[in-house]
Design a protein around this ligand. Structure first.
Ligand code: B3K
Ligand code: ZN
Length: 877
């Protein structure tokens, strides 16, 4: 594929007015008739042809105003249909007939059929696999959809918008017609047909309209959709209260399908979900599953305004809808759950996924300026960093002006396809603030590094902060400009109280937000009565790396006294990370590992502190992951040394905290029925954290096996299974538990995915053989994206020692898998390949093996654009 550049954007020559689609569904030969009404845009050359996109289409008919088009007037090329000789000003109708084979569409883009269900996925460029079309997000039209299908196998016929009517056709087939009054781009088109069960409810909007809510799932799974329905109703209510956004059709539908390339899709009025993010009950879903379902149901629903009503002008603007909608779903979850705990989880995720992307060969700006394959830009940078950028606008403007800017955005751009510049302009207009420097967050890739040092002058009672910011070079961007970094901070005094920040010079400050805008800035705080301990980046107000010389005592002061709970966790985490990095160096140097007293005291004190919510205490107890440590070290990484160091620190904490952990594991035994609410989930999480440390110190598997036998919900059961399998992989207890689990859940693929994932994350070089054996297991299915992700994906993304084997076999295995998956499902292959994005930060031998494996992929004879693009960027020097 060729490279597409932002600067080349121009509107289409023809305006699409209406779309009328008729589908005659058949597994092998579906017939699609598309009637498209266009007119030439004013000012466009009368000789300009109409160029439509297409991908793997078979066209059997082409009419202009109902008359067959002469073959001299059109050309069919590999991805385009070009039509010439079209009217100068009058509207005209093009009718295109195409034939599709949904059953053999293994890419899962366009119209496909799996498990007897027809469904579609059109974002980003899937609609062109259904018919020739101006398949780009700035072409908005009103759609009518007629669906004809066999009545027995497809009693259910769904599309976007409101139901118009349907009828029996007398020949074993029936039809249904749908009309969506809201102009939309083709990527939001959806069609579903099949035989599914339904859960129904209603929602009354703030203006008093009744909306029918329907969630479609496989027959028999209806009871497992009730939590999703509850989350949907809460999302609808929250969007009215928090953003003033009301739903705009008579019906809102969600369909759960089991073969899906991603989490879910926000098609207008007809969201399609990976069933993993719909189905839940206590026996089969973990607390993390419940939280994900709540967040993703909300995310897709929120797209109805941020994405659908206001959409993107082009795919470079993807963060316009994704970053903003992630921000909205984060705020929703924070309101539904504990704000501080939610923020900790977000930051952990951001640092473990987005920071490595931003520091490696795949780094790109939140608003990229070029791409080869747009599907490769649905990244954590566009989504999560995009969300952080929106959050910073809210931090800089404050709540009221942020809201004013959002209202203006909805008001000004409803029904349009717009850009990041349009979005930012709304906040400038609402606040009167110049956000030009701030907008660099959209354009400069790389995680900024802020270095801080402080000096206290007791006689003058001043505290002087010297701050420096640098943004590292990233592919295609060597020199960077200084950014506007909103840094929330406080100065803590020895007794834990907070100094008033009344007199400040050298920087703008609004409340506790310090605005860092220069490369170097010296900020003086006056009236500070004693040497303060600065606490920076409260609630992670800016997505940056921060370096400050702070000893463990100062960090401990923050960990115990900060008013911002997130900052407490952050301080504990910083103590832990320092200790783990040092321990890793000691392991590599053959020296003994020592654990920091401040770390052990801090962790145990937080664990035992009943005044803190259990979910927070559980987060405090979770040490930085092995990849967090690798990222902190940055270069020349040895995953085995990191693992060994971390294990030794875990053991030291376990020994020192034994009494506390025993007490917690007794006290927090759940009694009564299961509730998925955040407080109950928090208690389970704290108990399981305590159990993790106890098992860490255990010589044998008895305690973990007992926990497995006693578990009465999936959260506890899968946790105990992981403890057994990871800590005692060769024990009879682990083997038994894995066999029991498999037998009990063999008919529930989503639970079996957990069984694959637990085994894929067993540390150590031996796991690769296990993975290979599991791929021959009858419950594995290489065509189902969830199965492939849970086994192959989890191994590559989440098993540092298993995957990064010193002999390079892990990379070779992955390369072969990628080449095997790519012809069937390029998006899936490309996504899993990004697991190697940090290969350059490995020590030389491993990096050499990784390069070889990447070169093997790059040298393959037939690569998809998806995999080709990733591997090429990954190898570029
Ligand atoms: N917008 C979809 C993602 C589509 C991915 C296409 N490769 C889901 C979401 O972000 O809500
Ligand atoms: Zn989204």
């Amino acid at each position: 594929g060729q490279i597409i550049h932002l600067e080349d954007y121009r509107p289409t020559d023809f305006v699409l007015e209406r779309v009328d689609l008729t589908f005659e569904l058949d597994p092998k030969e579906t017939k699609v008739e598309a009637r498209l009404i266009f007119h030439r845009r004013e000012g466009v050359d009368s000789a300009a042809p109409l160029v439509l996109d297409g991908d793997e289409l078979t066209m059997t008919g082409l009419l202009l105003d109902q008359e067959e088009l002469a073959t001299t007037l059109y050309d069919v090329a590999e991805d385009t249909l070009t039509i010439r000789g079209l009217p100068e000003t009058a509207p005209f109708e093009i009718t295109i007939t195409t034939l599709l084979s949904p059953e053999t569409n293994t890419q899962l883009m366009g119209l496909y059929r799996t498990n007897g269900v027809y469904s579609t996925q059109c974002e980003a460029e899937g609609f062109r696999r259904i018919t020739y079309f101006p398949d780009r997000p700035d072409v908005l039209a009103v759609y009518t959809v007629n669906i004809i299908a066999d009545k027995a196998s497809s009693p259910l016929l769904l599309s976007n918008g409101n139901y118009l009517g349907g009828a029996d056709m007398g020949d074993g087939r029936h039809f249904a017609a749908w009309f969506d009054p809201h102009p939309k781009p083709s990527y939001l088109f959806a069609l579903v047909a099949g035989d599914l069960g339904v859960v129904e409810d209603t929602f009354t909007t703030m203006s008093g309209r009744d909306v029918a809510l329907k969630i479609y799932v496989e027959h028999g799974k209806e009871p497992r959709a009730s939590y999703a329905m509850d989350a949907l109703k809460r999302s609808m209510k929250w969007d009215e209260e928090a953003f003033g956004r009301e739903y705009d059709l008579d019906i809102f539908m969600i369909v759960a399908v089991s073969d899906f390339n991603m989490g879910a899709m926000e098609n207008k009025g007809l969201n399609i979900f990976n069933d993993k993010y719909v189905l839940a009950d206590p026996e089969t879903a973990t607390d993390a599953d419940y939280a994900n379902i709540e967040a993703i149901i909300a995310h897709e629903y929120f797209h109805n305004w941020t994405g659908n009503r206001i959409t993107c002008r082009d795919w470079f603007q993807l963060c316009l809808k994704e970053g903003l909608t992630v921000y909205r779903d984060h705020e929703f979850s924070a309101d539904m759950r504990s704000r501080a705990v939610k923020r900790i989880a977000e930051v952990r995720h951001l640092k473990s996924e987005q920071f490595p992307e931003d520091a490696g060969p795949l780094a790109h700006p939140v608003r990229p300026t070029k791409y080869r394959e747009i599907n490769n830009f649905y990244t954590t940078t566009v989504y999560e960093k995009g969300s952080e950028v929106t959050r910073m606008i809210a931090t800089i403007l404050g709540r009221d002006l942020f809201k004013k800017g959002m209202d203006l955005y909805f008001d000004r751009h409803d029904g349009q396809a717009v850009t990041i510049e349009d979005f930012v302009a709304c906040f400038e207009a609402a606040s009167g603030r110049d956000l030009r420097q701030f907008a660099l967050w959209y354009h400069q890739a790389g995680t900024p590094l802020v270095t801080a040092s402080g000096a206290y002058d007791a006689t003058k009672q001043t505290f002087t902060l010297s701050l420096e910011q640098t943004v590292p070079p990233t592919p295609g961007q060597s020199a960077k400009e200084a950014m506007h970094i909103p840094l929330k901070m406080g100065l803590l005094l020895e007794d834990g109280s907070e100094a008033a920040l009344a007199a400040v010079s050298g920087a703008d400050m609004t409340d506790d937000v310090l605005h860092l805008t220069e490369r170097n800035q010296t900020v003086v705080f006056s009236g500070i009565p004693s040497r303060p301990v600065p606490s920076f980046n409260r609630s992670f107000s800016a997505p940056i790396n921060l370096h400050i010389e702070q000893n463990a005592d100062d960090l401990a002061l923050i960990a115990h006294h900060e008013s911002d709970l997130f900052a407490r966790w952050q301080a504990l985490n910083a103590i832990a990370l320092g200790n783990l990095v040092e321990a890793t160096a000691n392991v590599r140097a053959g020296k003994p590992v020592t654990s920091d007293k401040a770390l052990i005291d801090g962790l145990i004190r937080a664990a035992a502190d009943n005044s803190l919510e259990p979910a927070f205490r559980s987060q405090a107890l979770a040490l930085p992951s092995e990849s967090d440590i690798a990222r902190e070290i940055g270069t020349n990484n040895d995953p085995d040394a990191i693992h060994a160091a971390r294990q030794q620190i875990l053991t030291a904490v376990a020994a020192a905290g034994r009494d506390t952990f025993l007490k917690l594991s007794d006290e927090l035994v759940s009694s009564g029925g299961f509730s998925p609410d955040a407080a109950s989930a928090g208690r389970r999480a704290l108990r399981n954290s305590a159990l993790t440390y106890l098992v860490q110190a255990d010589e044998g598997p008895e305690r973990a096996a007992k926990a497995f036998a006693a578990a009465n919900n999936m959260t506890d059961l899968s946790h105990a299974l992981a403890l057994l399998a990871h800590r005692f992989p060769d024990s009879a207890e682990a083997t038994d538990a894995l066999a029991t689990f498999r037998k009990r859940f063999a008919d529930n693929a989503l639970v079996i995915d957990k069984w694959f994932a637990v085994q894929a994350t067993i540390p150590g070089a031996g796991t690769l053989d296990r993975i290979k054996a599991l791929m021959n297991e009858p419950l594995f299915n290489g065509n189902n994206p969830n199965r492939v992700r849970s086994l192959v994906g989890t191994y590559a993304f989440a098993n540092p020692t298993g995957f990064n084997r010193a002999d390079g076999e892990g990379y070779r295995f992955l390369a072969r898998q990628i080449l095997d998956i790519d012809p069937r499902n390029p998006q899936l292959a490309a996504r899993i390949l990004t697991s190697m994005r940090s290969w350059r930060s490995l020590e030389d031998k491993r990096a050499g093996h990784a390069r070889k494996a990447l070169k093997e992929i790059a040298g393959a004879s037939k690569l998809s654009a998806d995999v080709g693009d990733i591997v090429e960027r990954m190898l570029k020097a």
